[in-house]
Design a protein around this ligand. Structure first.
Ligand code: NAD
Length: 491
Protein backbone atom coordinates (compact mmCIF):
# COMPACT_ATOMS: atom_id res chain seq x y z
CA UNK A 1 0.00 0.00 0.00
CA UNK A 2 2.88 2.33 -0.68
CA UNK A 3 0.92 5.11 -2.33
CA UNK A 4 -1.96 5.43 0.14
CA UNK A 5 -1.80 9.09 1.06
CA UNK A 6 -1.58 9.86 4.74
CA UNK A 7 -1.04 13.57 5.12
CA UNK A 8 -1.69 16.92 3.57
CA UNK A 9 1.99 17.07 2.76
CA UNK A 10 1.46 14.42 0.10
CA UNK A 11 0.83 16.52 -3.00
CA UNK A 12 -0.90 14.65 -5.80
CA UNK A 13 -0.09 16.14 -9.19
CA UNK A 14 -1.76 16.51 -12.58
CA UNK A 15 -0.85 14.03 -15.31
CA UNK A 16 -0.42 15.86 -18.61
CA UNK A 17 1.48 14.71 -21.70
CA UNK A 18 3.05 11.87 -19.72
CA UNK A 19 4.43 14.22 -17.05
CA UNK A 20 3.38 14.64 -13.40
CA UNK A 21 3.18 18.33 -12.54
CA UNK A 22 1.70 20.90 -10.23
CA UNK A 23 -0.98 23.32 -11.37
CA UNK A 24 0.48 26.31 -13.24
CA UNK A 25 -0.68 28.70 -10.51
CA UNK A 26 0.32 26.26 -7.72
CA UNK A 27 -3.25 25.97 -6.38
CA UNK A 28 -4.28 22.86 -4.45
CA UNK A 29 -7.30 21.47 -2.67
CA UNK A 30 -7.71 18.81 0.02
CA UNK A 31 -9.45 15.49 -0.30
CA UNK A 32 -11.05 14.23 2.89
CA UNK A 33 -11.87 10.81 4.33
CA UNK A 34 -15.60 11.10 5.09
CA UNK A 35 -15.41 8.29 7.66
CA UNK A 36 -13.06 10.35 9.85
CA UNK A 37 -13.14 13.94 8.57
CA UNK A 38 -9.36 13.79 8.15
CA UNK A 39 -7.49 15.13 5.15
CA UNK A 40 -6.07 12.34 3.00
CA UNK A 41 -3.97 14.33 0.56
CA UNK A 42 -3.45 17.65 -1.07
CA UNK A 43 -4.37 17.65 -4.77
CA UNK A 44 -3.29 19.97 -7.57
CA UNK A 45 -6.20 22.19 -8.64
CA UNK A 46 -6.09 22.62 -12.41
CA UNK A 47 -7.01 26.00 -13.88
CA UNK A 48 -7.56 27.09 -17.47
CA UNK A 49 -3.82 27.08 -18.28
CA UNK A 50 -3.48 23.44 -17.19
CA UNK A 51 -6.65 22.44 -19.01
CA UNK A 52 -5.34 24.08 -22.15
CA UNK A 53 -2.05 22.18 -21.87
CA UNK A 54 -3.88 18.90 -21.35
CA UNK A 55 -6.02 19.60 -24.42
CA UNK A 56 -2.94 20.49 -26.49
CA UNK A 57 -1.27 17.24 -25.38
CA UNK A 58 -4.32 15.14 -26.21
CA UNK A 59 -4.71 16.97 -29.54
CA UNK A 60 -1.08 16.33 -30.51
CA UNK A 61 -1.43 12.66 -29.60
CA UNK A 62 -4.56 12.45 -31.71
CA UNK A 63 -3.66 14.69 -34.67
CA UNK A 64 0.01 13.91 -35.44
CA UNK A 65 -0.13 11.28 -38.13
CA UNK A 66 3.34 10.01 -37.38
CA UNK A 67 3.06 9.47 -33.63
CA UNK A 68 2.95 6.18 -31.75
CA UNK A 69 -0.78 6.29 -31.03
CA UNK A 70 -1.75 6.90 -34.65
CA UNK A 71 0.57 4.16 -35.81
CA UNK A 72 -0.66 1.68 -33.21
CA UNK A 73 -2.71 -1.11 -34.77
CA UNK A 74 -6.11 -2.03 -33.30
CA UNK A 75 -4.64 -5.27 -32.00
CA UNK A 76 -1.87 -3.35 -30.22
CA UNK A 77 -4.50 -1.10 -28.68
CA UNK A 78 -6.29 -4.25 -27.56
CA UNK A 79 -3.07 -5.49 -25.94
CA UNK A 80 -2.63 -2.15 -24.18
CA UNK A 81 -6.13 -2.32 -22.71
CA UNK A 82 -5.63 -5.95 -21.73
CA UNK A 83 -2.35 -5.02 -19.96
CA UNK A 84 -4.21 -2.27 -18.14
CA UNK A 85 -6.80 -4.79 -16.95
CA UNK A 86 -3.96 -6.99 -15.66
CA UNK A 87 -2.39 -4.04 -13.86
CA UNK A 88 -5.73 -3.10 -12.30
CA UNK A 89 -5.99 -6.63 -10.94
CA UNK A 90 -2.42 -6.58 -9.67
CA UNK A 91 -3.15 -3.31 -7.84
CA UNK A 92 -6.69 -4.16 -6.83
CA UNK A 93 -6.15 -3.96 -3.07
CA UNK A 94 -4.57 -0.53 -3.25
CA UNK A 95 -7.18 0.80 -5.68
CA UNK A 96 -10.03 -0.51 -3.52
CA UNK A 97 -8.49 0.96 -0.40
CA UNK A 98 -8.03 4.38 -2.03
CA UNK A 99 -11.65 4.34 -3.24
CA UNK A 100 -12.93 3.48 0.21
CA UNK A 101 -10.77 6.10 1.95
CA UNK A 102 -11.86 8.81 -0.46
CA UNK A 103 -15.54 7.94 -0.93
CA UNK A 104 -16.50 6.22 2.35
CA UNK A 105 -17.96 3.14 0.62
CA UNK A 106 -17.42 -0.23 2.30
CA UNK A 107 -14.19 -1.97 1.27
CA UNK A 108 -16.41 -5.01 0.69
CA UNK A 109 -17.95 -3.12 -2.25
CA UNK A 110 -14.86 -1.44 -3.68
CA UNK A 111 -12.76 -4.62 -3.46
CA UNK A 112 -15.38 -7.12 -4.63
CA UNK A 113 -17.56 -5.12 -7.00
CA UNK A 114 -16.13 -1.79 -8.26
CA UNK A 115 -12.54 -2.77 -8.99
CA UNK A 116 -13.17 -6.24 -10.49
CA UNK A 117 -15.67 -4.60 -12.83
CA UNK A 118 -13.16 -1.90 -13.80
CA UNK A 119 -10.76 -4.66 -14.93
CA UNK A 120 -13.59 -6.46 -16.74
CA UNK A 121 -14.62 -3.29 -18.60
CA UNK A 122 -11.08 -2.89 -19.94
CA UNK A 123 -10.98 -6.55 -21.04
CA UNK A 124 -14.39 -6.25 -22.70
CA UNK A 125 -13.36 -3.19 -24.74
CA UNK A 126 -9.94 -4.71 -25.51
CA UNK A 127 -12.00 -7.27 -27.44
CA UNK A 128 -13.82 -4.57 -29.39
CA UNK A 129 -10.66 -2.71 -30.50
CA UNK A 130 -10.24 -5.12 -33.43
CA UNK A 131 -13.93 -5.40 -34.28
CA UNK A 132 -15.04 -1.89 -35.17
CA UNK A 133 -15.30 -1.44 -38.91
CA UNK A 134 -17.29 0.24 -41.67
CA UNK A 135 -19.45 -1.18 -44.42
CA UNK A 136 -19.58 -1.41 -48.18
CA UNK A 137 -22.87 -0.02 -49.38
CA UNK A 138 -24.65 -0.67 -52.69
CA UNK A 139 -25.74 2.83 -53.71
CA UNK A 140 -25.43 3.59 -57.43
CA UNK A 141 -24.09 1.79 -60.41
CA UNK A 142 -20.52 2.76 -61.29
CA UNK A 143 -19.75 3.98 -57.84
CA UNK A 144 -18.04 2.12 -55.09
CA UNK A 145 -19.17 3.26 -51.64
CA UNK A 146 -17.86 2.39 -48.29
CA UNK A 147 -17.81 3.82 -44.79
CA UNK A 148 -14.92 4.20 -42.39
CA UNK A 149 -15.54 4.11 -38.67
CA UNK A 150 -13.22 6.71 -37.15
CA UNK A 151 -12.54 7.93 -33.62
CA UNK A 152 -14.07 11.28 -32.66
CA UNK A 153 -10.86 12.84 -31.37
CA UNK A 154 -10.14 14.36 -27.95
CA UNK A 155 -12.59 13.05 -25.38
CA UNK A 156 -13.07 14.77 -22.02
CA UNK A 157 -14.44 12.35 -19.43
CA UNK A 158 -16.06 14.20 -16.52
CA UNK A 159 -17.09 11.85 -13.76
CA UNK A 160 -18.90 11.88 -10.38
CA UNK A 161 -17.87 10.75 -6.91
CA UNK A 162 -20.13 7.77 -6.29
CA UNK A 163 -18.32 5.11 -8.34
CA UNK A 164 -15.21 7.15 -9.12
CA UNK A 165 -13.02 4.73 -11.05
CA UNK A 166 -15.80 2.46 -12.27
CA UNK A 167 -17.76 5.19 -14.05
CA UNK A 168 -14.51 6.58 -15.46
CA UNK A 169 -13.70 3.13 -16.91
CA UNK A 170 -17.07 3.07 -18.71
CA UNK A 171 -15.79 6.07 -20.71
CA UNK A 172 -12.02 5.62 -20.88
CA UNK A 173 -12.05 1.98 -22.08
CA UNK A 174 -14.31 2.40 -25.14
CA UNK A 175 -12.71 5.77 -25.97
CA UNK A 176 -9.19 4.29 -26.05
CA UNK A 177 -10.30 1.05 -27.71
CA UNK A 178 -11.58 3.07 -30.68
CA UNK A 179 -8.46 5.27 -30.95
CA UNK A 180 -9.48 8.52 -29.26
CA UNK A 181 -7.30 10.39 -26.77
CA UNK A 182 -8.68 11.19 -23.33
CA UNK A 183 -8.59 13.82 -20.62
CA UNK A 184 -10.18 12.61 -17.40
CA UNK A 185 -11.54 15.05 -14.83
CA UNK A 186 -12.57 13.12 -11.74
CA UNK A 187 -14.92 14.58 -9.12
CA UNK A 188 -13.03 16.83 -6.72
CA UNK A 189 -14.35 14.85 -3.73
CA UNK A 190 -12.79 11.59 -4.97
CA UNK A 191 -9.70 12.08 -7.17
CA UNK A 192 -7.37 9.44 -5.70
CA UNK A 193 -8.12 6.36 -7.80
CA UNK A 194 -8.02 8.41 -11.01
CA UNK A 195 -4.43 9.40 -10.19
CA UNK A 196 -3.39 5.86 -9.30
CA UNK A 197 -5.03 4.68 -12.51
CA UNK A 198 -2.94 7.19 -14.53
CA UNK A 199 0.19 5.56 -13.09
CA UNK A 200 -1.08 2.24 -14.42
CA UNK A 201 -1.80 3.69 -17.86
CA UNK A 202 1.80 4.92 -17.93
CA UNK A 203 3.08 1.51 -16.80
CA UNK A 204 0.95 -0.23 -19.44
CA UNK A 205 2.83 1.77 -22.08
CA UNK A 206 0.33 4.29 -23.45
CA UNK A 207 2.15 6.97 -25.47
CA UNK A 208 2.40 10.38 -23.78
CA UNK A 209 -0.68 12.56 -24.20
CA UNK A 210 -3.04 9.70 -25.02
CA UNK A 211 -4.39 9.75 -21.48
CA UNK A 212 -4.28 12.78 -19.16
CA UNK A 213 -5.77 13.50 -15.74
CA UNK A 214 -6.63 16.94 -14.51
CA UNK A 215 -7.96 17.26 -10.99
CA UNK A 216 -9.87 20.32 -9.84
CA UNK A 217 -13.23 21.92 -9.32
CA UNK A 218 -16.06 21.24 -11.73
CA UNK A 219 -16.80 24.94 -12.05
CA UNK A 220 -13.19 25.63 -13.09
CA UNK A 221 -11.39 22.63 -14.62
CA UNK A 222 -14.63 20.93 -15.73
CA UNK A 223 -16.06 24.10 -17.17
CA UNK A 224 -12.80 24.91 -19.01
CA UNK A 225 -12.91 21.49 -20.68
CA UNK A 226 -16.50 21.95 -21.79
CA UNK A 227 -15.70 25.40 -23.22
CA UNK A 228 -12.41 24.41 -24.88
CA UNK A 229 -12.61 24.34 -28.69
CA UNK A 230 -9.93 21.64 -28.82
CA UNK A 231 -12.17 19.07 -27.13
CA UNK A 232 -14.33 17.06 -29.54
CA UNK A 233 -16.51 15.14 -27.12
CA UNK A 234 -17.72 15.41 -23.54
CA UNK A 235 -18.61 12.15 -21.83
CA UNK A 236 -20.34 13.31 -18.66
CA UNK A 237 -21.81 11.51 -15.68
CA UNK A 238 -23.23 13.60 -12.88
CA UNK A 239 -26.29 15.50 -11.77
CA UNK A 240 -29.05 16.60 -14.12
CA UNK A 241 -28.43 20.24 -13.16
CA UNK A 242 -24.77 20.19 -14.17
CA UNK A 243 -25.57 18.01 -17.20
CA UNK A 244 -27.94 20.68 -18.46
CA UNK A 245 -25.20 23.30 -18.04
CA UNK A 246 -22.69 21.08 -19.88
CA UNK A 247 -25.15 20.61 -22.75
CA UNK A 248 -25.76 24.34 -23.01
CA UNK A 249 -22.06 25.23 -23.05
CA UNK A 250 -21.01 22.38 -25.33
CA UNK A 251 -23.41 23.82 -27.89
CA UNK A 252 -21.06 26.79 -28.43
CA UNK A 253 -18.54 24.55 -30.16
CA UNK A 254 -21.04 21.84 -31.24
CA UNK A 255 -19.29 19.10 -29.31
CA UNK A 256 -20.47 15.52 -29.22
CA UNK A 257 -21.94 14.85 -25.79
CA UNK A 258 -23.26 11.94 -23.84
CA UNK A 259 -24.96 12.52 -20.50
CA UNK A 260 -25.56 9.99 -17.75
CA UNK A 261 -27.58 11.91 -15.18
CA UNK A 262 -29.69 11.42 -12.09
CA UNK A 263 -32.48 9.02 -11.29
CA UNK A 264 -35.44 8.36 -8.99
CA UNK A 265 -35.99 4.75 -9.89
CA UNK A 266 -39.16 2.87 -8.96
CA UNK A 267 -38.91 -0.61 -7.48
CA UNK A 268 -42.41 -2.03 -8.04
CA UNK A 269 -43.60 -4.93 -5.92
CA UNK A 270 -46.84 -6.63 -6.96
CA UNK A 271 -48.88 -8.77 -4.58
CA UNK A 272 -47.96 -11.95 -6.46
CA UNK A 273 -44.19 -11.42 -6.00
CA UNK A 274 -41.82 -13.57 -3.98
CA UNK A 275 -41.86 -11.18 -1.03
CA UNK A 276 -38.68 -12.51 0.52
CA UNK A 277 -36.76 -11.81 -2.70
CA UNK A 278 -38.53 -8.48 -3.20
CA UNK A 279 -37.66 -7.29 0.30
CA UNK A 280 -34.02 -8.15 -0.35
CA UNK A 281 -34.21 -6.28 -3.69
CA UNK A 282 -35.78 -3.27 -2.00
CA UNK A 283 -33.09 -3.33 0.69
CA UNK A 284 -30.14 -3.64 -1.70
CA UNK A 285 -31.78 -1.26 -4.15
CA UNK A 286 -31.58 1.61 -1.69
CA UNK A 287 -28.83 0.74 0.80
CA UNK A 288 -26.16 -0.67 -1.51
CA UNK A 289 -23.54 2.05 -2.04
CA UNK A 290 -25.19 4.13 0.74
CA UNK A 291 -27.93 4.98 -1.75
CA UNK A 292 -25.36 7.10 -3.63
CA UNK A 293 -26.21 5.13 -6.75
CA UNK A 294 -27.68 6.82 -9.80
CA UNK A 295 -29.97 3.83 -10.36
CA UNK A 296 -30.86 3.40 -6.66
CA UNK A 297 -34.35 1.98 -6.12
CA UNK A 298 -35.26 5.07 -4.13
CA UNK A 299 -39.04 4.74 -4.61
CA UNK A 300 -40.52 1.48 -3.37
CA UNK A 301 -43.95 1.07 -4.98
CA UNK A 302 -45.85 -1.66 -3.18
CA UNK A 303 -49.29 -3.12 -3.82
CA UNK A 304 -51.56 -2.31 -0.83
CA UNK A 305 -52.51 -5.93 -0.10
CA UNK A 306 -48.87 -6.92 0.62
CA UNK A 307 -47.72 -3.60 2.02
CA UNK A 308 -47.58 -4.70 5.65
CA UNK A 309 -45.90 -8.05 5.06
CA UNK A 310 -43.30 -6.59 2.68
CA UNK A 311 -42.43 -3.76 5.04
CA UNK A 312 -42.14 -6.13 7.96
CA UNK A 313 -39.52 -8.13 6.06
CA UNK A 314 -37.74 -5.00 4.85
CA UNK A 315 -37.61 -3.53 8.36
CA UNK A 316 -36.23 -6.77 9.77
CA UNK A 317 -33.33 -6.58 7.29
CA UNK A 318 -32.81 -2.85 7.82
CA UNK A 319 -32.64 -3.13 11.59
CA UNK A 320 -29.53 -5.32 11.22
CA UNK A 321 -27.78 -2.71 9.08
CA UNK A 322 -25.64 -0.21 10.97
CA UNK A 323 -23.18 2.31 9.54
CA UNK A 324 -19.66 1.19 10.41
CA UNK A 325 -15.97 1.65 9.56
CA UNK A 326 -15.76 1.39 5.75
CA UNK A 327 -12.35 -0.32 5.96
CA UNK A 328 -13.78 -3.21 8.00
CA UNK A 329 -14.55 -6.05 5.54
CA UNK A 330 -17.75 -6.86 7.47
CA UNK A 331 -19.20 -3.34 6.97
CA UNK A 332 -22.15 -3.04 4.56
CA UNK A 333 -23.05 0.65 5.08
CA UNK A 334 -20.26 3.22 4.95
CA UNK A 335 -19.96 6.98 5.34
CA UNK A 336 -21.80 9.49 3.15
CA UNK A 337 -19.27 10.98 0.72
CA UNK A 338 -18.92 14.37 2.43
CA UNK A 339 -20.23 16.62 5.16
CA UNK A 340 -22.05 18.69 2.51
CA UNK A 341 -23.79 15.64 1.06
CA UNK A 342 -24.70 14.47 4.57
CA UNK A 343 -26.38 17.82 5.23
CA UNK A 344 -28.28 17.63 1.94
CA UNK A 345 -29.58 14.17 2.86
CA UNK A 346 -30.58 15.34 6.34
CA UNK A 347 -32.52 18.24 4.79
CA UNK A 348 -34.44 15.78 2.63
CA UNK A 349 -35.25 13.70 5.71
CA UNK A 350 -36.57 16.84 7.35
CA UNK A 351 -38.64 17.70 4.32
CA UNK A 352 -40.15 14.17 4.26
CA UNK A 353 -41.26 14.60 7.88
CA UNK A 354 -42.69 18.05 7.20
CA UNK A 355 -44.64 16.88 4.14
CA UNK A 356 -46.32 14.20 6.26
CA UNK A 357 -44.52 10.99 5.21
CA UNK A 358 -44.22 8.44 8.03
CA UNK A 359 -40.66 7.79 9.20
CA UNK A 360 -40.40 4.10 10.10
CA UNK A 361 -36.61 3.59 10.25
CA UNK A 362 -33.51 5.69 10.82
CA UNK A 363 -33.65 9.38 10.05
CA UNK A 364 -30.59 10.52 11.99
CA UNK A 365 -26.95 11.28 11.51
CA UNK A 366 -24.58 9.00 13.38
CA UNK A 367 -20.84 8.69 13.94
CA UNK A 368 -18.47 5.75 14.07
CA UNK A 369 -15.77 5.89 16.75
CA UNK A 370 -16.92 9.46 17.42
CA UNK A 371 -16.14 10.59 13.87
CA UNK A 372 -17.35 10.89 10.32
CA UNK A 373 -20.44 11.64 8.25
CA UNK A 374 -22.78 8.68 8.56
CA UNK A 375 -26.56 8.45 8.17
CA UNK A 376 -28.74 5.68 9.50
CA UNK A 377 -30.57 3.59 6.90
CA UNK A 378 -33.84 5.51 6.59
CA UNK A 379 -37.29 4.42 5.41
CA UNK A 380 -40.34 6.59 4.90
CA UNK A 381 -43.76 5.02 4.50
CA UNK A 382 -47.00 6.47 3.10
CA UNK A 383 -45.13 8.83 0.81
CA UNK A 384 -47.12 10.74 -1.80
CA UNK A 385 -45.50 10.70 -5.24
CA UNK A 386 -45.83 14.50 -5.36
CA UNK A 387 -43.63 14.95 -2.26
CA UNK A 388 -40.07 16.24 -2.62
CA UNK A 389 -38.64 12.97 -1.27
CA UNK A 390 -40.46 11.10 -4.07
CA UNK A 391 -39.54 13.49 -6.88
CA UNK A 392 -35.99 14.65 -6.17
CA UNK A 393 -32.85 12.58 -6.18
CA UNK A 394 -31.63 12.40 -2.57
CA UNK A 395 -28.52 10.35 -3.28
CA UNK A 396 -28.39 8.86 0.20
CA UNK A 397 -29.74 5.88 2.17
CA UNK A 398 -33.33 7.16 2.22
CA UNK A 399 -36.24 5.14 0.84
CA UNK A 400 -39.68 6.51 -0.07
CA UNK A 401 -42.40 3.84 0.13
CA UNK A 402 -45.49 4.54 -1.99
CA UNK A 403 -48.46 2.13 -1.82
CA UNK A 404 -50.57 1.49 -4.96
CA UNK A 405 -53.91 -0.20 -5.70
CA UNK A 406 -53.51 -1.68 -9.18
CA UNK A 407 -51.18 -2.04 -12.18
CA UNK A 408 -52.35 1.16 -13.89
CA UNK A 409 -51.73 3.21 -10.79
CA UNK A 410 -48.30 1.59 -10.33
CA UNK A 411 -47.28 2.48 -13.90
CA UNK A 412 -48.67 5.98 -13.64
CA UNK A 413 -46.72 6.61 -10.43
CA UNK A 414 -43.57 4.89 -11.68
CA UNK A 415 -43.41 7.08 -14.79
CA UNK A 416 -44.33 10.31 -13.00
CA UNK A 417 -40.95 11.88 -12.32
CA UNK A 418 -38.63 13.82 -14.59
CA UNK A 419 -36.17 10.91 -14.47
CA UNK A 420 -36.03 7.60 -16.35
CA UNK A 421 -32.81 5.82 -15.50
CA UNK A 422 -33.88 2.43 -14.13
CA UNK A 423 -36.84 0.54 -12.70
CA UNK A 424 -37.63 -2.90 -11.32
CA UNK A 425 -40.70 -5.07 -11.24
CA UNK A 426 -41.34 -7.95 -8.85
CA UNK A 427 -44.03 -10.46 -9.82
CA UNK A 428 -44.43 -14.20 -10.49
CA UNK A 429 -46.63 -13.43 -13.51
CA UNK A 430 -44.27 -13.53 -16.48
CA UNK A 431 -46.65 -11.79 -18.87
CA UNK A 432 -47.28 -8.97 -16.45
CA UNK A 433 -43.53 -8.58 -15.88
CA UNK A 434 -42.78 -8.14 -19.57
CA UNK A 435 -45.79 -5.92 -20.19
CA UNK A 436 -44.75 -3.63 -17.37
CA UNK A 437 -41.13 -3.64 -18.59
CA UNK A 438 -42.33 -2.29 -21.94
CA UNK A 439 -44.41 0.44 -20.36
CA UNK A 440 -41.79 1.75 -17.97
CA UNK A 441 -39.96 4.78 -19.30
CA UNK A 442 -36.50 3.81 -18.12
CA UNK A 443 -33.18 2.84 -19.70
CA UNK A 444 -32.85 -0.32 -17.60
CA UNK A 445 -35.61 -2.57 -16.24
CA UNK A 446 -34.84 -5.37 -13.83
CA UNK A 447 -37.36 -8.19 -13.39
CA UNK A 448 -37.21 -9.94 -10.01
CA UNK A 449 -33.74 -8.57 -9.35
CA UNK A 450 -32.02 -5.22 -8.78
CA UNK A 451 -28.69 -3.50 -9.42
CA UNK A 452 -27.29 -6.04 -11.88
CA UNK A 453 -24.71 -4.67 -14.31
CA UNK A 454 -22.39 -6.13 -16.87
CA UNK A 455 -19.92 -4.60 -19.34
CA UNK A 456 -21.93 -6.24 -22.16
CA UNK A 457 -25.26 -4.56 -21.29
CA UNK A 458 -25.92 -0.96 -22.35
CA UNK A 459 -26.76 1.47 -19.56
CA UNK A 460 -28.22 4.97 -19.72
CA UNK A 461 -31.27 7.10 -19.25
CA UNK A 462 -34.62 8.10 -20.68
CA UNK A 463 -36.05 11.58 -20.12
CA UNK A 464 -33.94 13.86 -17.91
CA UNK A 465 -31.69 10.98 -16.87
CA UNK A 466 -29.71 11.76 -19.99
CA UNK A 467 -28.92 10.19 -23.35
CA UNK A 468 -26.33 7.98 -24.94
CA UNK A 469 -25.74 4.40 -23.82
CA UNK A 470 -22.57 3.42 -22.03
CA UNK A 471 -21.26 -0.15 -21.86
CA UNK A 472 -21.97 -2.89 -24.37
CA UNK A 473 -21.65 -2.56 -28.09
CA UNK A 474 -23.71 0.63 -28.01
CA UNK A 475 -20.95 2.62 -26.29
CA UNK A 476 -18.84 2.27 -29.43
CA UNK A 477 -21.26 4.65 -31.15
CA UNK A 478 -20.41 7.33 -28.59
CA UNK A 479 -16.72 7.26 -29.49
CA UNK A 480 -16.74 6.77 -33.26
CA UNK A 481 -18.12 8.58 -36.28
CA UNK A 482 -18.80 7.37 -39.80
CA UNK A 483 -17.12 8.70 -42.89
CA UNK A 484 -18.70 7.98 -46.29
CA UNK A 485 -16.25 7.43 -49.13
CA UNK A 486 -17.33 7.59 -52.80
CA UNK A 487 -15.25 6.19 -55.62
CA UNK A 488 -16.16 6.93 -59.23
CA UNK A 489 -15.91 3.76 -61.34
CA UNK A 490 -17.18 5.33 -64.59
CA UNK A 491 -14.91 4.76 -67.58
P1 NAD B 1 -22.02 16.74 -10.23
O1 NAD B 1 -22.94 16.97 -11.37
O2 NAD B 1 -21.96 17.73 -9.16
O3 NAD B 1 -20.51 16.56 -10.77
C1 NAD B 1 -20.17 15.62 -11.75
C2 NAD B 1 -18.84 16.01 -12.36
O4 NAD B 1 -19.01 17.24 -13.06
C3 NAD B 1 -17.73 16.26 -11.35
O5 NAD B 1 -16.49 15.83 -11.88
C4 NAD B 1 -17.75 17.76 -11.20
O6 NAD B 1 -16.52 18.29 -10.76
C5 NAD B 1 -18.07 18.19 -12.62
N1 NAD B 1 -18.68 19.53 -12.74
C6 NAD B 1 -19.37 20.22 -11.80
N2 NAD B 1 -19.74 21.42 -12.29
C7 NAD B 1 -19.30 21.47 -13.57
C8 NAD B 1 -19.39 22.45 -14.60
N3 NAD B 1 -20.03 23.61 -14.42
N4 NAD B 1 -18.83 22.17 -15.79
C9 NAD B 1 -18.22 20.99 -16.01
N5 NAD B 1 -18.08 20.05 -15.06
C10 NAD B 1 -18.63 20.27 -13.85
O7 NAD B 1 -22.41 15.30 -9.71
P2 NAD B 1 -21.82 14.54 -8.43
O8 NAD B 1 -22.39 15.24 -7.25
O9 NAD B 1 -20.36 14.35 -8.56
O10 NAD B 1 -22.47 13.10 -8.62
C11 NAD B 1 -23.76 12.82 -8.24
C12 NAD B 1 -24.71 12.88 -9.41
O11 NAD B 1 -24.26 12.04 -10.47
C13 NAD B 1 -26.09 12.38 -9.07
O12 NAD B 1 -27.07 13.23 -9.63
C14 NAD B 1 -26.16 11.02 -9.75
O13 NAD B 1 -27.42 10.56 -10.09
C15 NAD B 1 -25.33 11.25 -10.95
N6 NAD B 1 -24.85 9.96 -11.45
C16 NAD B 1 -25.40 9.46 -12.60
C17 NAD B 1 -24.99 8.22 -13.08
C18 NAD B 1 -25.55 7.65 -14.34
O14 NAD B 1 -24.94 6.75 -14.90
N7 NAD B 1 -26.66 8.12 -14.84
C19 NAD B 1 -24.03 7.51 -12.40
C20 NAD B 1 -23.50 8.05 -11.23
C21 NAD B 1 -23.92 9.29 -10.78
Amino acid sequence: MNSVPTSQATLKKLYIAGVWREAADGKTFATVNPATGETLASIAAAGTVDVDEAVQAARRAFDDRENDWKKMSPSDRAKLLWRLADLIEQNIDELARLETLDNGKPIYESRNVDMPMVAEVFRYYAGWATKVFGETIPSRENYFNYTLREPIGVVAAITPWNFPLLLASWKIAPALATGNTVIHKPASLTPLTALKFAELVEEAGAPAGVFNVITGKGSEAGDALVEHPGVDKIAFTGSTEVGREVMRKAANTVKHISLELGGKSPNIVFADADLEAASRGAYLGIFYGKGEVCAAGSRLLVEESVHDSLLEKLLARTQKLQPADPLDPKTRLGAVVSEGQMNTVLQYIDSGKKEGAVLIAGGERTQVNGKGYFIQPTIFDRVGNHMKIAQEEIFGPVLATIPFKNLEEALQTANSTRYGLAAAVWTRDIKKAHRVARQLRAGTVWINTYNVYDPTMPFGGFKQSGFGRELGKQALDLYTQSKSVWVDLNE
